[in-house]
Design a protein around this ligand. Structure first.
Ligand SMILES: Cc1cc2nc3c(=O)[nH]c(=O)nc-3n(C[C@H](O)[C@H](O)[C@H](O)COP(=O)(O)OP(=O)(O)OC[C@H]3O[C@@H](n4cnc5c(N)ncnc54)[C@H](O)[C@@H]3O)c2cc1C
Length: 502
């Protein structure tokens, strides 16, 4: 995957994650573990196993660090931070700061900063670091040649255990004319050197919403296209609505429930033909970003030779202990997970290390997995949504704390948003929580811990939170729960108690 503009930062990045002069080591004997893919899942599996003293190989065909470092979390969050700085500067007048003139983004400076930070973070994922950890690093495409062997270039590696960690890639959408017209994906958008004047974004999931907001704040005229009736369709509908308002406030045009009929290139622009039950529209744009649809990377891996079952859409089939249909081979990360997050790829890799190397019985289903969409405001979630609880027959009681009633949010001027916690009816046991707030991603971990460790709202209410912090929203819901314990009988008893005390 060529990186553009291939400046000093990108050249340094390449020398870390795909050194052009790298010579693969000579494999010797059987490996305890071969990690196939050098993204988060492969790197964590390899580093943890080598750290325990196992003989480990790691095979990466493109860039160590995978999507997260090169084309995903890292570059996108660098852009989002820059976009937030621009938006904050534009709104600084609300806080009494005077900025003379208009605030504009210097797109080439924004991208240069992103490339520099990505390069700096790449040291941790570098080939040389993993070599120094004792891992045999092979650069090249891996292909299973049997039940306990895998080939890379001219080498054949034999293994006692392997983990498939080949990740996912953007799906080719079946839209007429899309391939011929040309479009951006997460693998190319971070190579842009000029800001598109008009950007159409296909798909209003996390990736689409985050990048739509960033490019809008940099100055692109952005249109966000979504087939579902609402943006962020997997999220709590009320939370998604708060983000929708914020995106519109940023000037993004949001078109929901629309079908893309076709795309074609016209003179110096691209035309997207949109269709609704009620009519049609032609949308001209300069660039088109496909932000919808990920497919697991299962092609060309020789999975048949290894006896590993897979599905082209859902990926490698694994049991709850992340073992494939070949008992020697496990899988972790995007290639086998319904949820595609770096922190989950990391957690899955840790399960694989315990189960593959130590006959452990760690279960994927036992994980408590939070996630966050890093729009401004952010949406973070953990556990069940209310509709999921209903589907599972779990009766819930829901507590909502608006940020407009949290002092720090008022002082920060960040009152759009709320925290919603569902508890099992009649108890303080948390079954799910959604937060929409400027820093929701930083606050969800307290609720993830509570959910995972079965810490109830009564304990949270008794936990001192520093004043003033936005995390007080969590404690306030604990207080709200405690108030529900004040039944009429308890009130009657209290009145009697105070009368006796007088
Ligand atoms: C724009 C964007 C933003 C994102 N932001 C976030 C975020 O903020 N937070 C978050 O948690 N997640 C985020 N994600 C998701 C996250 O990037 C992925 O969940 C994570 O990278 C998955 O890690 P992985 O190890 O499973 O796969 P990958 O990172 O995809 O790594 C797989 C590696 O395997 C290699 N490979 C594939 N086939 C072979 C082969 N045959 N031989 C050798 N090597 C092979 C690939 O080259 C790749 O390097 C984002 C994704 C995108 C696209």
């Amino acid at each position: 995957m060529p990186l553009i503009p291939a400046d000093a930062h990108d050249r340094r990045l390449i020398s870390n994650v795909h050194p052009l002069d790298w010579r693969n080591p000579q494999p010797s004997g059987r490996y305890n573990l071969v990690a196939v893919g050098g993204g988060t899942a492969g790197l964590v599996s390899a580093a943890a196993s080598a750290g325990l003293g196992a003989k480990v190989a790691l095979i990466e065909r493109e860039l160590m660090g995978g999507d997260c470092l090169n084309f995903g979390c890292v570059p996108s969050k660098a852009l989002l931070r820059a976009a937030r700085a621009v938006a904050d500067a534009r709104q600084a007048g609300r806080y009494g700061a005077v900025i003379s003139g208009t605030v504009v983004a210097d797109f080439s400076a924004v991208m240069e900063r992103m490339r520099r930070l990505r390069m700096e973070l790449s040291e941790k994922d570098s080939v040389s670091r993993f070599r120094d950890l004792g891992v045999d690093v092979f650069i090249g495409a891996a292909r299973f040649s049997g039940h306990d062997s895998i080939e890379v270039g001219s080498h054949t590696l034999r293994f006692s255990r392997a983990v498939i960690a080949t990740g996912s890639h953007a799906a080719a959408l079946p839209i007429q004319g899309l391939a011929q017209t040309g479009f951006l994906t997460n693998e190319t958008i971070f190579s842009l050197t000029t800001l598109p004047g008009r950007l159409a974004v296909i798909g209003a999931g996390p990736l689409g919403c985050e990048l739509a907001q960033a490019f809008s704040r940099f100055g692109s005229q952005v249109t966000l296209l979504e087939a579902e009736p609402s943006i962020l369709p997997r999220e709590d509908a009320e939370a998604a609505q708060v983000v929708r308002q914020a995106l519109e406030h940023d000037g993004i045009e949001i078109l929901e429930s629309c079908r893309i009929q076709s795309v074609h290139a016209a003179e110096r622009e691209k035309i997207v033909k949109l269709e609704w039950p009620s009519g049609f529209r032609e949308l001209p744009c300069d660039e088109l970003l496909v932000g919808a649809g990920r497919l697991p990377a299962v092609e060309g891996l020789g999975l048949e030779a290894a006896g590993v079952e897979y599905d082209r859409r859902t990926g490698v089939k694994v049991d709850d202990q992340l073992r494939t249909s070949n008992r020697r081979i496990f899988a972790a990360g995007d290639v086998c997970s319904p949820y595609k997050f770096t922190h989950l790829a990391d957690a899955m890799a840790r399960i694989v290390v315990r189960n593959a190397l130590f006959y452990g019985r760690e279960r994927f289903a036992a994980l408590t997995v939070p996630w966050c969409t890093y729009t401004d405001p952010e949406i973070a979630h953990v556990g069940l949504y209310d509709h999921e609880a209903v589907r599972r027959g779990i009766a819930v009681q829901t507590f909502v704390q608006p940020l407009s009633d949290v002092d720090r949010a008022v002082l920060d001027g960040e009152t759009e948003g709320f925290l919603k916690i569902h508890v099992r009816q009649g108890t303080d046991q948390i079954v799910g929580a959604t937060m929409v707030a400027k820093h929701a991603g930083e606050m969800i971990s307290e609720l993830t811990l509570a959910l995972g460790a079965r810490i109830g709202l009564a304990t949270i209410a008794g936990t001192i939170h520093p004043y003033p912090t936005q995390a007080e929203a969590i404690r306030k819901i604990g207080d709200a729960y405690n108030r529900t314990r004040l039944t009429s009988r308890v009130s009657w008893l209290l009145r009697k108690w105070f009368a006796w005390m007088r």
